[in-house]
Design a protein around this ligand. Structure first.
Ligand code: DP6
Length: 330
């Protein structure tokens, strides 16, 4: 029997940065994300004979820490299922070329979902989200489609998982809140310092880390209220404050973590000028890398894409609507 599952990556609108419990991989701050349809990982899994798991990532045998993280996640699921059999896993990212985008969220969400089915665990989505969190906290959010929230965890809170958040129903049903994200790829090179390492360095050495942990819930609450009210300008404001506060805390680490490239700064300036001058509202966020993501109403995407497409800072432009939660494929 071969099980196939898929999950989409997500982009945080309010950011997770910092852990309250290293062992359980619990976030010190709450985060809110949008799962994206254009960034999909498909994973197949089956039992094999033998002493070792066989793990393929994008058609190549996984090695080193990438392999170790996948095996550790399989071990968690095997121990819950009280199964001691090895598996073959093949995981493929259906991301547009040169994406250079974090695939660990969709990858671990798809792996967790697929293994639950193969091991016949029958866990709920929230339980699977908590297990995905152990591998990578952002993966907890990719179990769900659309907007998803991962609360902050108290040390020891092993069952913490994400949950789906519905923006409030539109007053007029013919007017859905139709949002799209444009991802401006500034560099497809893998980041030099992983999120896991970067957030630990920030926690241990940045004098701005306590201020970040104190401020993050405020931005998050503002984002949740904005979702409730379907207020894109308030959501965008909270998202940008969370983004720049997280980057500021990371920049104050020792040695400093500077994830934004000169091209990113030049784009930030361009977005601000464009939306002040002429273009409809769009709001930006950046993760632990130089790529810039812009959130806007879908009806404005063409205008923004036209403006951005030919800019020399950008290697590639991706456009994505909200994606579904993790699911099995027939
Ligand atoms: C900046 O989920 O990759 O993208 O839990 O250590 O695997 P680990 O970290 P990860 O961190 C994501 C950090 C971020 C913000 C976010 O996605 O919330």
């Amino acid at each position: 029997m071969v099980i196939r599952a898929q999950a989409c990556a997500n982009i945080a609108l309010t950011k997770y940065w910092g852990k309250s419990d290293l062992e359980l991989n619990l976030p010190a701050v709450p985060s809110l994300s949008l799962t994206l349809d254009a960034l999909r990982t498909e994973t197949s899994i089956r039992f094999i004979e033998g002493a070792e798991d066989r793990i393929e990532l994008n058609g190549e045998e996984a090695r080193g820490s990438a392999r170790a993280r996948m095996v550790a996640q399989l071990d968690r699921l095997r121990s819950l299922a009280k199964i001691d059999r090895r598996v073959a896993v093949a995981s493929t990212n259906h991301f547009p070329t040169a994406a250079g985008l974090a695939s660990s969220a969709s990858g671990f969400a798809a792996l967790t979902f697929a293994a639950d089915a193969l091991f016949d665990l029958g866990l709920s989505r929230n339980e699977l989200s908590a297990i995905a969190r152990r591998a990578s906290a952002s993966a907890a959010r990719s179990l769900f489609g659309g907007f998803s929230e991962l609360p902050a965890g108290r040390p020891g809170e092993a069952a913490l998982g994400a949950r789906a958040i519905e923006p409030q129903k539109p007053q007029k049903p013919q007017e859905p809140w139709d949002l799209t994200m444009i991802i401006a790829i500034v560099s497809a090179r893998p980041k030099s310092i992983s999120s896991t390492e970067g957030m630990e360095r920030t926690r241990k050495s940045s004098k701005l880390y306590p201020a970040w942990v104190e401020a993050a819930p405020e931005y998050h609450e503002a984002a949740l209220r904005a979702l409730e009210a379907r207020d894109l300008s308030a959501l965008g404001h909270a998202m940008e404050r969370s983004t720049f506060a997280f980057h500021a805390s990371a920049m104050a680490a020792d040695p400093p973590l500077i994830y934004l490239a000169p091209a990113t700064l030049s784009l930030i300036e361009a977005v601000r000028t464009l939306r002040e001058d002429a273009l409809p509202p769009a709001y930006m966020t950046m993760d632990a890398g130089p790529n810039l993501k812009l959130l806007m109403e879908t009806r404005h995407v063409e205008r923004w894409a036209r403006e951005l497409r030919d800019r020399e800072e950008i290697e590639q432009l991706l456009i994505s609507g909200p994606g579904e939660g993790a699911k099995l494929l027939g």
